[in-house]
Write a protein that binds this ligand. Structure first.
Ligand SMILES: [Zn+2]
Length: 173
């Protein structure tokens, strides 16, 4: 049977033609190169391609769906970004408040220590009847020496020593 004698309908335009088996473009399916190009493209994209060409309403809906997907994706990305930024801000705020409370506690402790030191200073001044800070210092040094001798320095851990008399109380060897 001679293939060249068979007539065929072009797969793209439908025109009846006689295939030439020696041609490079697919002569069995399409009547010519232009029909071959568009026909191969059609078969590659298939049903969707045909639908886009032949059904304008469906094509418009499909484009609308695609656009909505893109919009939703952008919105989700934007929302995730905003949520991450908000979480970071909240974390930063919590850290700032934590640091603030630590600083306030340290300040309160320092104020309490200052009060205690002033109280001891005033007590020493009153007990010794001193008129000047130097007299109070001499008296407090004497009191500390007495306390160390009677109580023993070992009985008094360094961090519990009175802040009013730091030099003699905490100076080690
Ligand atoms: Zn054709």
């Amino acid at each position: 049977m001679d293939v060249e004698m068979i007539e065929r309908a072009c797969a793209d335009c439908g025109r009846v033609f006689t295939p030439d088996r020696y041609n490079a473009w697919r002569p069995i399916l399409y009547c010519g190169p232009s029909c071959g190009r568009i026909g191969r493209r059609r078969s590659r994209y298939g049903w969707r391609f045909n639908k886009f060409e032949n059904d304008p309403e469906w094509a418009a809906q499909a484009r609308a769906r695609s656009a909505k997907c893109q919009r939703d994706l952008r919105a989700r990305k934007k929302a995730a970004k905003a949520a991450a930024a908000e979480a970071a801000a909240r974390r930063e705020e919590a850290e700032r408040m934590e640091a603030d409370s630590v600083r306030k506690a340290a300040e309160a402790e320092a104020a309490a220590i200052r009060r205690t030191a002033l109280l001891l200073f005033g007590l020493c001044a009153d007990l010794s009847g001193s008129e000047t800070p130097e007299e109070v210092a001499r008296f407090s040094a004497r009191m500390l020496a007495k306390g160390s001798r009677l109580g023993g320095l070992e009985a008094l851990p360094a961090h519990q020593s009175t802040y009013a008399f730091p030099s003699q109380a905490t100076a080690g060897p």
